[in-house]
Write a protein that binds this ligand. Structure first.
Ligand code: GCB
Length: 597
């Protein structure tokens, strides 16, 4: 799906700002049929939960309503008019005046509606968006709704981060010509100093297509015609981690000499490959340094914010991070565009976090319901998961920064039914994108002995908390356990290992001379112990600390004002660990450190 961009044949109107806002039941029975009867206004983009001081809004389980008036530019006569929501978390229903024009399930991918027949250029319409936040056993991510004894509906879920909801990304109105470009797919490869670019263009009706490649100076370096083909770029400048270089693919639909529609798709030329125990970018072994992140800031919740985007990338550069994982859902497209332009490598994850009922049993391993069964996560869950994979790849396939898909975080991969659940999903991801490796992030409970699915994937991604949830406060034991497990996975699967999570909570300002969990010193010592084990295990190709910054968690979990495993605080101040990571990572230059270094 193409991002809305202004071009000589397309115009874009951004609908962000203050919208009327109400929670279900507080604004009459049919909120879209007239002006929303409410004193409240909500900011878009932002999660609504932390904007107000009313717990009934923060804890609301169900639908909320956003509404505003929109004027269609008067110059759009003869054009198609399209509404686009970058995200509605987790369900969206869109009304133009009284008419339902779009419905969408899944809170982190975009959807659109062609509303041409309902609006007129120069005219105004009432745009109402319902957003639902309910998570069930057939949504991605999953959850359960319970009713308390006093009648309150409560949302339970199997992930620790707060279930922020609302319109957390931009809303757009844009125009396209009647015959237009629907989609573009770019796949690149390198042949010595020549870059090859396989392209496919989908159009709304049969049309004559012309393509050109422009380099970063705007000079044409290749051209062709036809809806698909291969372009060659001599003396190509590849896209590299830390040294981004983007070309533009300019796609035109032409009718004789007139350009009917035109769209510019940026792309980078690079290759990704897993070979043996190595992860190669442009044929060179790549060592990942960085973080699992969250879209999470005070007040805005998961609302996209360009200021935080710039600042977070500055901090990642400062600390020597060359990569991050979009844990635990697809991030705003602005983030991926920025990563493309700034040479940061991305592991792109679906929102399938919490497919794991073993966590109900806790670390003590008490009996729990089976994760994969008709009553728990079933064929309908998998159908929703498949759609999440389809929408993620459709949205992000052209980003050079994205080097791997992560299909799930911490599913119960050691339980019966896991293989039947995951095998078709891995097949789907490979069919949709044969060029990128596929992974999932494995939970502590699943060891190399008990896991049932890792052979289906390309990279062993491990979330490991030795020294925190296991061997708490005993880093000598933790280091030994970790090294043993890393060696076990390497021997059994002979694949590269990325430690996709490791981390310890730390309260800034809490200090100790002892190995005392929650102190800044303990977070430092914990990371150092982990690093010693990574450096001795040859198959480890990267380390993603959990987490980049402290983040908000649900009330139902034991945390001290959120998850405090951040290397930066929620307001992005470095803890002591940030300085230590900086000392380690800034000298690596994308290469693996050796134990002797
Ligand atoms: C995990 C999860 C992550 C949690 C983290 C923690 O394994 O993947 O979402 O936040 O542990 O801190 O407990």
């Amino acid at each position: 799906m193409l991002r809305p961009r202004p071009t000589p044949t397309r115009e874009v109107v951004n609908l962000d700002g203050l919208w009327r806002f109400a929670i279900e039941g507080s604004a009459g029975p049919c909120p879209w049929a007239g002006p929303l009867d409410t004193p409240l206004e909500a900011a878009v983009p932002a999660s609504y939960n932390d904007l107000f001081t009313d717990a009934a809004i923060r804890d609301h389980v169900g639908w909320v309503w956003y509404q505003r008036l929109v004027r269609v530019p008067r110059g759009w006569a003869g054009e198609r008019v399209v509404l686009r929501l970058d995200a509605a978390t987790h369900q969206g229903r869109v009304y133009v005046d009284d008419e339902l024009v779009a419905e969408h399930q899944g809170g982190y991918t975009p959807f659109e509606a062609d509303i041409t027949r309902l609006v007129r250029p120069g005219g105004e319409f009432r745009l109402t968006i319902g957003v639902g936040n309910e998570l069930t056993n057939t949504t991605i991510p999953p959850g359960t709704i319970t009713v308390s004894q006093d009648g309150r509906r409560q949302q339970k879920y199997l992930h620790d981060f707060y279930n922020y909801a609302g319109l957390a990304r931009s809303v757009w109105l844009y125009s396209v010509p009647a015959v237009h470009i629907d989609d573009i797919t770019v796949v690149t490869s390198l042949d010595g100093t020549t870059g090859t670019v396989d392209y496919t263009v989908e159009t709304s009706a049969p049309a004559t297509v012309r393509v050109r490649v422009l380099d970063a100076t705007g000079t044409e370096v290749a051209a062709s015609s036809g809806a698909n083909g291969t372009l060659r770029i001599d003396h190509v400048t590849p896209w590299q981690p830390g040294a981004a270089y983007l070309y533009d693919l300019v796609v035109d639909i032409v009718d004789r000499e007139a350009v009917v529609d035109t769209y510019t798709q940026p792309f980078g030329v690079r290759t990704v490959e897993v070979r043996g125990q190595e992860f190669l970018i442009n044929g060179e072994p790549f060592y990942f340094t960085g973080f699992g992140k969250h879209e999470d800031t005070p007040v805005r919740g998961k609302g996209h914010d360009d200021a935080y985007l710039v600042h977070d990338f500055q901090l990642m550069k400062w600390v020597g991070a060359n990569s991050f994982r979009t844990s635990h859902y697809p991030y705003a497209e602005e983030v991926l565009d920025f990563a493309d332009r700034h040479g940061i490598v991305v592991i792109d994850e679906t929102a399938a976090v919490g497919l794991n009922l073993a966590v109900e049993g806790g670390l003590a391993g008490r009996p729990h319901r089976p994760t994969f069964s008709g009553e728990t996560f079933n064929d309908d869950t998998r159908t929703a998961h498949a759609e999440a994979i389809r929408e993620l790849i459709a949205r992000d396939k052209n980003h050079p920064s994205v080097v791997m898909w992560c299909l799930a975080n911490e599913p119960s991969s050691h339980e019966e039914g896991a293989r039947e659940y995951f095998e078709p999903l891995v097949g789907l991801a490979r069919k949709l994108d044969p060029t990128r490796p596929v992974s999932y992030a494995a939970v502590m409970f699943a060891t190399h002995h008990s896991d049932r699915i890792m052979d289906l994937f390309d990279v062993v991604c491990l979330n490991r908390y030795y020294g925190w949830y296991v061997a708490t406060g005993d880093l000598i034991t933790a280091e030994a356990f970790l090294e043993g497990e890393l060696r076990g996975w390497a021997e059994k699967f002979d694949k590269p290992i990325l430690v996709s999570e490791y981390g310890a909570d730390a309260l800034p300002g809490l200090h100790s001379v002892w190995d005392t969990p929650w102190t800044e010193e303990y977070q430092l010592a914990y990371l150092a112990a982990n690093h010693r084990a990574f450096d001795r295990a040859e198959a480890v190709v990267g380390e993603h600390v959990w987490n980049f910054a402290d983040f908000q968690t649900s009330n139902g979990i034991h945390r001290v004002d959120g998850n405090r495993k951040g290397v930066f605080t929620r307001d992005r101040r470095p803890k002591s660990a940030a300085h230590a990571l900086r000392a380690r990572w800034t000298r690596l230059d994308n290469r693996k450190p050796r134990a002797a270094d």
